[in-house]
Design a protein around this ligand. Structure first.
Ligand SMILES: [Zn+2]
Length: 65
C-alpha cells in the first residue's frame, strides 16, 4: 500500500496493487497520481478536445481542396 496525493484534486489516496498506477508510483514516488474521478473528467476533456481538432482538420481539409 502506498499513500499518495492526486495531482489535480490534491486529495490523499492509499493505493495498492489493484490500482493501475501503483507500479508507476512505486517505481517513482514523485510521479503524479491521478485519481479515478480526475481521470474520468480528463478523458471527457480529451474527447471534447479531439472533437475540436476534428473541426480544425475539417476546415484545413476544405481549404486545401
Ligand atoms: Zn483527483
Amino acid at each position: 500500500m502506498i499513500k499518495t496525493k492526486c495531482f489535480f484534486c490534491k486529495k490523499s489516496y492509499t493505493i495498492d496493487y489493484s490500482d493501475s498506477q501503483y507500479q508507476k508510483i512505486k517505481a517513482n514516488p514523485k510521479a503524479y497520481y491521478v485519481c479515478k474521478k480526475c481521470n474520468e473528467s480528463m478523458q471527457r476533456e480529451a474527447q471534447s478536445t479531439t472533437g475540436l481538432d476534428m473541426d480544425v482538420i475539417d476546415k484545413y481539409d476544405k481549404f486545401l481542396r
